[in-house]
Ligand binder design. Structure first.
Ligand SMILES: [Zn+2]
Length: 237
């Protein structure tokens, strides 16, 4: 299959170049697992990546954690732990494709004999939408699940903090009470006044670094970008 792919592009030197660069990127990839549950792991690809706000020297592939139902359940059990004993939860607000994990997290928090405080109650799992001005909002019929409710915010990764901040701003606007913030990955590059419960952090990835667009040393060395990070995935350049 790989050879076929290379042959198809053999009339176009540029395509071969991109293909080879992607192969090199993937060859350098490694995975980071949770010590107590190695089935929960993320793939890490070193390289030169950009988002609209920063450059990074690693791409974190969190997709399997969010879309593989067996793994997502394990992730949810892990993320539910800090809330089991004494955090009342009404709603889990899922950002960046974390809905499957959010649903399993609700199940875990409601399970009799596991959660002391939430069993026998109802937990809703919702996701905001973007309005015409690209601001996060909730449809009128969903706002009652936010207003004056105890809310866990679940995000995929916290790097520049923009996604989390816009979620918190939106929830504050609708009068939600934030009782917890959970993330699959926290780059720990932003100061928050509340604890963030994350499964992985920058300390799990050797030499993980984020740079502002003007201060990226890879750009200064003239190194080409490998890919653009978009919605937690990447598009190779
Ligand atoms: Zn750069």
């Amino acid at each position: 299959m790989s050879c076929y792919h290379l042959k198809v592009n053999s009339f176009n030197g540029c395509s071969i170049f991109i293909y080879e660069r992607e192969m090199i990127m993937k060859n350098k990839a490694f995975s980071v697992s949770l010590t107590k549950n190695p089935s929960v792991s993320m793939n890490v690809i070193p390289g030169h990546f950009t988002t609209s706000h920063f450059h990074a020297n690693h791409f974190l592939d969190l997709d399997d954690l969010k879309t593989n139902s067996t793994v997502a359940r394990d992730v949810a059990m892990e993320l539910a732990l800090p809330y089991l004993a004494n955090t009342l939860v009404d709603t889990i607000v899922c950002m960046e494709g974390t809905e499957v994990i959010g649903a399993y997290m609700a199940e875990e928090l409601l399970r009799e004999g596991i959660s002391v405080i939430n069993s026998g109650r109802e937990i809703h799992v919702v996701t905001p939408i973007s309005n015409v001005n690209r601001k996060l909002t909730f449809q009128s019929n969903k706002q009652e699940l936010i207003s004056n409710r105890n809310i866990i915010v679940l995000v995929s990764s916290i790097s520049s903090g923009i996604t989390l901040n816009s979620a918190l701003e939106c929830l504050s606007y609708y009068g939600g009470k934030i009782v917890g913030v959970s993330a699959l990955f926290n780059a720990d590059s932003i100061e928050y006044d509340r604890e963030i419960h994350s499964m992985f952090t920058n300390k799990d990835i050797p030499n993980y670094q984020l740079f502002t667009l003007n201060e990226c040393p890879m750009c200064k060395e003239g190194r080409k970008l490998d890919a653009i990070i978009v919605h937690d995935g990447y598009i190779k350049i």
